[in-house]
Design a protein. Structure first.
Length: 735
């Protein structure tokens, strides 16, 4: 595809195929994403009918999770002109073969095809620079005859610039017009007019240098643009490049080095110091630290020991360990992240709709303006000014740039999503970025989001071992989270707990065993045991377990779900950004309000059920707020779904990756302001790019029509316009 008009043509062609419910074509990364159940051959025929073809010899069409062959609608393999069509479960073995190692081979083949195209472009640009430069210098100095200029222009226009001529002819044959049409008409007009003047021996100025330099400058601009676009998509290639080629697998024959594609679930994989972990798994032997920054953005190495999860593409440090493979191929966290990033980079933001509508009529409109320019220059002046009419018309054709419009949004999305992936922020689609840039209200779940999600003992009053010991001897048989917190605290102090056999649970109040009673204030009131005034602890959001032995009061244990270390920092950052903060919690009112007070959150709703959380979020949206809901991705699913933007804390492998608009792989709350900053920066770049593209064409086309721009200057400006849009998007790599 050569411009936004091409992308729109392809999109319309695919939308008209029977079975296609929706089609999105991304000019930035040259991809098409379809929804529906069309026939593969119909899709290919629709492309060919418009003069387009697939860029590589193998293509995969997937439905649902690409790792699950049973969910595939179909796979189509294209080799030359032959199509192999495999439909669903009837060809599972063949499909599994295609979506395994050959999938990586297809990506390698695509990369090789891009490299070949890049080398061809470099060669064509070099030839154009050499001969075009000679024509320009010779024409301007007057030392070169018109015939020699014509001879030197031929290889520039008809060899180095043949891509434009072929593209224009293909578009014409299929009843459409694109950027190639503008370039071809402009350069051929200048060349044809100059050839006529030279052959007719009229002595008037010739414009071979105009035709040659236009092609040269556009090729140079295309080369720079391709390089910049390559940098825009570098994040996904870096992720893919992290995978090792082999793995050390332990078997009855010892440790063997085998290709990565041959590793299977259940294999025991040995990782040596300094090696990259090949697949996902669970450590079964050894201990080490692993650098996971390339996958999660976590800057500090993470300790791995027996039972720890490890992920493909992360790098082992100094130790060695053995782990059991639990995720291979497309089932690894890396591959799932890559798939999510690819999908997001190929999606369209709603703001792109305006550019798409303009692009669909851009080239015909420019052709009409060019024709009108020629007519006016030939009729308005007292005498026809053929040369000026020609130059102005060519300038209009050349300076118009639909590419800038087509690249404005997708390049920014491409870079923004990639930058997020590097920071452990997984964006589901471009819509999430656009919404994230507008969020004005952040709604937080409490347990597991603002807090660590696991209660801990904070106080023992009086601070005596006897109180904690007595409570733990009773609670070790209870499954309640508060009871488990008491037992962990006793174990940390290495207390040798006594086993009470006469354990009795008192639902909603506490438990007793061995003459020891542990429970809440209501239980102690029922038993007639007096308790002290503990208002300060309750106002601090702590839950209290009172302890008595043989009817005599001993003391109490205070338990709280502590705040995450970064919660205060994150709340302050969001307030500085102008967001209103809301806390929704199913916990007691005193506890929720205590947490809100520490974080500076003014709006609190406590004792709220999950379905009620969704209603609260809906009410905020109905009041005109743009709401981001931050939760754990599972328990808060209704509220996440109801919000404008769902942000889930996750590990990068759970269901949150598939349900939330944004997933924070590291599970660190600091990712929330980072994600919103990234969204705002990306959308700011999109708006800047659209402004550049619209402003450029709005100013440049009339200026060219009025004869204020030489066609060669117009060619340079056109090349720079696309480059400026891509370069502006690349600034997001430092966001």
């Amino acid at each position: 595809m050569h411009c936004a008009g091409c992308a729109r043509t392809v999109e319309r062609a695919l939308e008209q195929v029977v079975g296609v419910e929706q089609a999105e074509v991304n000019f930035g990364d040259e991809s098409a994403t379809l929804e529906g159940e069309p026939q593969a051959a119909d899709l290919i025929a629709a492309l060919q009918a418009k003069g387009y073809r697939l860029g590589v010899s193998r293509a995969r069409f997937e439905r649902g999770d690409p790792s699950a062959a049973a969910q595939l609608a179909f796979v189509v393999v294209v080799r030359d002109s032959e199509v192999e069509y495999l439909n669903g479960p009837g060809h599972l073995d063949r499909i599994q073969d295609l979506v395994g190692a050959p999938a990586a081979a297809a990506r390698d083949e695509e990369q090789a095809a891009r490299e070949r195209a890049h080398r061809r472009l470099v060669l064509e640009t070099g030839v154009a620079v050499l001969f075009g430069g000679l024509v320009l210098v010779g024409g301007m100095s007057g030392v070169m005859t018109a015939g020699l200029q014509c001879l030197l222009t031929v290889p520039v226009l008809f060899w180095a610039g043949r891509r434009f001529l072929h593209g224009a002819w293909s578009a014409l044959r299929h009843g459409s017009a694109d950027m190639n049409t503008l370039i071809a008409v402009g350069t051929l007009s200048a060349f044809g007019y100059s050839t006529f003047i030279w052959l007719a021996r009229r002595g008037a100025p010739v414009y071979f240098d105009t035709a040659a330099v236009i092609v040269t400058l556009i090729l140079v601009g295309r080369l720079l643009e391709e390089r910049a676009k390559g940098q825009a998509g570098s994040a996904i290639r870096k992720l893919m490049g992290l995978r090792p080629k082999t793995a050390h697998v332990q078997s009855g024959q010892g440790v063997q080095e085998i290709p990565l594609d041959e590793v299977r679930v259940g294999d025991l994989v040995v990782v040596k110091p300094g090696e990259t972990i090949p697949v996902d798994g669970v450590v079964v032997e050894g201990r080490s630290t692993v650098e996971e920054s390339m996958l999660t953005g976590e800057p500090n190495p993470v300790v791995k020991q027996d039972g720890s999860r490890v992920f493909a593409a992360t790098r082992n440090q100094t130790g060695a360990f053995v782990f059991e493979a639990t995720g291979v191929g497309a089932e690894t966290a890396l591959q799932r992240i890559v798939a999510l990033v690819r999908r997001a980079q190929g999606s369209k933001a709603p703001v792109q709709q305006l550019a798409d509508r303009v692009a669909s009529i851009f080239v015909p409109a420019v052709l009409a303006v060019a024709a009108l320019t020629f007519v006016l220059w030939m009729t308005v002046p007292a005498e026809p000014v053929l040369e000026q009419a020609l130059l102005s018309t060519v300038a209009v054709l050349i300076i118009a740039c639909p590419c800038a419009l087509g690249l404005a949004t997708p390049t920014a999305i491409l870079v923004g999503v990639g930058r997020g992936a590097q920071k452990g922020i997984l964006v589901r689609d471009a819509r999430a970025l656009e919404t994230g840039g507008k969020v004005d209200t952040a709604v937080f779940d409490k347990t597991g989001t603002l807090t660590v999600g696991r209660p801990v003992v904070t106080d023992v009053v009086p601070d005596e071992t006897d109180v904690l010991y007595a409570a733990a001897c009773v609670e070790w048989r209870s499954e309640h989270p508060l009871a488990q917190a008491v037992v962990r605290a006793a174990e940390e102090k290495e207390l040798d707990l006594e086993t009470f056999q006469d354990f009795t649970a008192l639902p909603g109040r506490g438990a007793e065993a061995g003459g020891v009673l542990v429970g809440n204030r209501r239980l102690f009131a029922e038993r007639g045991i007096e308790t002290p005034d503990v208002t300060a602890y309750e106002e601090a959001g702590k839950s209290l377990l009172y302890v008595a032995r043989d009817g005599g009061y001993l003391g109490f244990v205070a338990v709280a779900d502590e705040l995450r270390p970064e919660s205060v920092e994150v709340a302050a950052a969001l307030r500085r950004a102008g967001l209103e903060l809301v806390l929704l919690s199913g916990d007691r009112k005193l506890v929720a309000e205590a947490v809100a007070l520490r974080l500076g959150i003014e709006t609190v709703a406590a004792e709220v059920l999950p379905e009620d959380k969704a209603a609260r979020v809906r009410a905020l949206r109905d009041s005109g707020r743009i709401v981001a809901m931050i939760g754990d991705g599972i328990n808060d699913a209704p509220a996440l779904a109801e919000s404008d933007l769902g942000i889930a804390l996750g590990t990068g492998t759970d269901v949150a990756m598939e349900t939330a608009d944004i997933t924070l792989v590291r599970g660190d709350l600091r990712g929330v302001p980072e994600a919103l900053k990234l969204a705002r920066a990306t959308m700011r770049t999109v708006h800047q790019n659209l402004f550049l593209a619209f402003a450029y064409n709005t100013i440049a086309i009339p200026a060219a029509a009025l004869g204020l721009l030489n066609p060669m200057i117009a060619a340079g400006a056109m090349a720079l316009s696309s480059l400026s849009v891509v370069t502006n998007a690349l600034r997001l790599k430092r966001a």
